[in-house]
Design a protein around this ligand. Structure first.
Ligand code: DAH
Length: 355
């Protein structure tokens, strides 16, 4: 039986040397295939006697089983090795930090505008938006601003194409034109609903209460001025709206905006063509880093009768106040930012601090 043992041993070592499944199948054919060594031995039994066949057949079978077992073991070992190699090649370092998606946030001035809208919204003010390219009529004339007013000068104003030669269109220099646009719309709609005829309207009408935030433009650029900046207009017109209401509303707004009752307001006489009387509104914090300084935050006043007329209303019946404030300035004061240009540089290191 040493012959059979030798065959088994040579099969085992041939299988062990097979480095790939294909090599292994080739090696298998040499032993178990049609012309393989074991098959040849079976064929060689034809001439033996019955008893010899039994003994010889049993021995060959033992050898065959040993070879098959070696084959199965080697197949498994090759498959395991292949899987190992694959796992190693595709290994993931699950301890690596993930790639994060950058999280955006609102611009500090947008945060301020949202705050302004929420506070005035809670006081019953509508929020209106209007065009940034404005006509001479809405930006100046309808607001009682005379033709020789310095704000119309080329030094202050970005004129653009369109309009007429004597009254070209421009990038709005303030949000005040929205006073006229909104009021005219309001009056027109109300007139239609009550079937009122032409002429200045003097009937009953729901009050106009609106703020109009947005971008404004002037030829101006330094640490506290930018050619593009923000304003927020406010307008309240009714039959019985007084300076007292302006003081109340604006004081309430400032205290809510800055989250401080430790704040006083000063209405300093001033001049604007579209209001009479006019006042600049200054605020003073009683505590904190800005304590004791008067800080200008808005222009304001009682709406001029000519402006009331340009809204389509009878100034004998309607009266109101308006204000225009600077959300950029309010943002600087709220967060302690000292250079306006930081807001418009688009530097994420600065902007990300507000979210
Ligand atoms: N429009 C003015 C400006 O740009 C600000 C202003 C002052 C608005 C008085 C008003 C107002 O509504 O009543 O400087």
């Amino acid at each position: 039986m040493t012959e059979l043992n030798a065959i088994v041993e040579s099969a085992q070592s041939a299988f062990a040397q097979a480095a790939t499944p294909a090599d292994l199948e080739n090696a298998k054919a040499q032993y178990l295939g049609k012309a393989g060594k074991i098959t040849e031995l079976m064929k060689g039994m034809a001439a033996l006697s019955v008893d010899e066949k039994k003994a010889r057949g049993a021995a060959i079978n033992v050898a065959k089983q040993a070879i098959e077992a070696a084959l199965t073991a080697r197949r498994q070992a090759l498959a395991d090795a292949e899987l190992d190699a694959q796992l190693k090649a595709e290994a993931l370092d699950v301890t690596l930090p993930g790639r994060q998606r950058g999280q955006g946030g609102l611009h500090p001035v947008s945060l301020t505008l949202e705050r302004i809208e929420a506070i005035f919204g809670s006081m019953g003010f509508d929020v209106a938006q209007g065009p940034e390219i404005e006509s001479d009529w809405f930006n100046f004339t309808a607001l009682n601003t005379p033709e020789d007013h310095p704000a119309r000068s080329m030094h202050d104003t970005f004129y653009v194409e369109g309009g007429s030669e004597t009254a070209p269109n421009l990038l709005r220099t303030h949000t005040s034109p929205m006073q006229i646009r909104y009021a005219v719309q309001h009056v027109k709609q109300h007139r239609a609903s009550v079937g009122a005829t032409d002429g200045l309207y003097a009937g009953d009408m729901p009050e106009i209460r609106v703020i109009a935030p947005g971008r404004t433009y002037r030829v101006d650029s330094d640490a506290t001025h930018s050619p593009m900046f923000h304003q927020c207009e406010g307008l309240w017109v009714g039959e019985n709206v007084s300076f007292k209401d302006l003081k109340f509303v604006f004081t309430d707004f400032c205290r809510t905006f800055f989250e401080s009752d430790d704040l006083v307001l000063r209405f300093r006489p001033s001049f604007f063509p579209f209001t009479e009387p006019s006042a600049e509104i200054d605020i003073q914090f009683q505590s904190g880093p800005l304590a004791g300084r008067w800080l200008e935050v808005a222009g304001s006043g009682q709406v001029h009768p000519n402006v009331i007329r340009n809204m389509g209303l009878d100034p004998e019946k309607f009266i109101g106040f308006a204000f225009g404030m600077g959300p950029d300035r309010l943002t600087m004061l709220r967060y302690g930012v000292n250079d306006l240009r930081l807001f418009f540089d688009g530097d994420v290191r600065f902007l990300s601090q507000f979210n």
